[in-house]
Design a protein around this ligand. Structure first.
Ligand code: LMR
Length: 331
């Protein structure tokens, strides 16, 4: 008994002495994102935290900040370069300030579906794009899916002329601005965290987003119509600061990357499920009307929006666009 007590006392002292040293050495990874936890990105981030803390306990600690709690997507990359955050996964539409190439993902009607986007992302052209911002201090660690975009509005949108004169919130992307200008609408670049209030107060008429974001941020409660347009996609680039990443001990970096790849695979599964289940929840809510486009209606959107490609061809590169188009084979 006496031995036991002494043992406990000794262990307690050892822990007290050891604890600060371990904490001081612990690498902290702050992962900032803007969406709800119950989304593909939210679930991937939480999975990453769980895996890292299980496998690298005491060595690496992950802190996840969802719902724009820490930064919004317009400030997170700057914060990353300053070392204030180590991981983020902004949508591919939000890197225009750092690379001319990633805006390819915003070209309207580029990919037939998520599977085609996946083929492009995992192919040589997509993999090369991960490093397209290295000279700016940012490294892409992988792609994560959310889903295809739908158009929501305060009035029914069946043909492009219906969007004329309406104000749409867009992500910070010049391609998306051109896409809405092509239908004579007024695009406004606004942070994701502002969208619900802008819609609710009718400061804007509509927005484009995935089923998962429309559901988890309740946009469907303040929009009377959603046109099932699937005219583009929201996928993410999981990004880190080059200085932070290259400064990690090699064995830790390998483990962190492995956990991230597994977390992305998990998030991608959630994305496929949510594209179906959140759509159904929105439909079942009866709060909004989901409009299906006939083939001829859809053709009109394609005809009016597709010339946007030409506008950005020099910037993005025809070879890259051709590689993306080629990934549609089999979809
Ligand atoms: C948006 O701003 O609409 C999206 O990029 C938000 C997100 O991260 O899915």
């Amino acid at each position: 008994m006496r031995h036991f007590k002494v043992g406990i006392a000794f262990a307690a002292i050892a822990m007290l002495v050891a604890a600060p040293a371990v904490k001081a050495d612990e690498i902290v990874i702050k992962f900032s994102h803007v969406v709800a936890e119950n989304t593909p990105k939210g679930q991937a981030a939480n999975k990453f935290k769980a895996l890292v803390e299980q496998r690298l306990a005491g060595k690496v600690k992950v802190e996840v900040f969802p719902n724009s709690q820490l930064f919004n997507d317009n400030t997170v990359l700057q914060a990353m370069l300053l070392g204030d955050v180590q991981l983020a996964a902004p949508s591919l539409s939000k890197f225009g300030k750092y690379t001319k190439k990633l805006p390819i993902f915003d070209l309207p009607f580029l990919f037939k579906n998520i599977q085609a986007a996946e083929r492009f992302q995992q192919g040589p052209a997509g993999q090369k794009l991960l490093m397209s911002m290295e000279s700016k201090g940012l490294i892409g660690l992988g792609y994560l899916h959310n889903g295809t975009k739908q158009l929501s509005a305060s009035k029914p949108l069946r043909v492009p002329a219906d969007a004329k004169g309406l104000k749409f919130r867009i992500q910070t992307s010049d391609v998306l601005a051109a896409q809405f200008e092509a239908v004579d609408a007024l695009p406004l670049k606004k942070a994701f965290s502002e969208v619900f209030t802008l819609l609710q107060t009718k400061a804007i008429d509509g927005q484009e987003n995935t089923w998962s974001n429309i559901y988890s941020k309740k946009f469907f409660e303040v929009q009377d119509y959603i046109t099932e347009s699937n005219h583009g996609l929201i996928d993410y680039l999981v990004v880190t600061g080059a200085e932070f990443w290259n400064g990690l001990p090699a064995d830790i970096r390998t483990e962190v990357k492995k956990a991230l790849d597994e977390a992305i695979a998990h998030g991608n599964k959630v994305a496929l499920q949510k594209a179906v289940s959140d759509r159904k929840l929105i439909m079942d809510s009866g709060r909004t009307k989901i409009l299906q486009l006939s083939d001829s209606e859809r053709k009109k959107w394609v005809e009016v929006m597709k010339p946007v490609w030409k506008k950005f061809e020099d910037q993005i590169g025809k070879d890259l666009i051709d590689a993306a188009v080629a990934s549609n084979v089999g979809s």
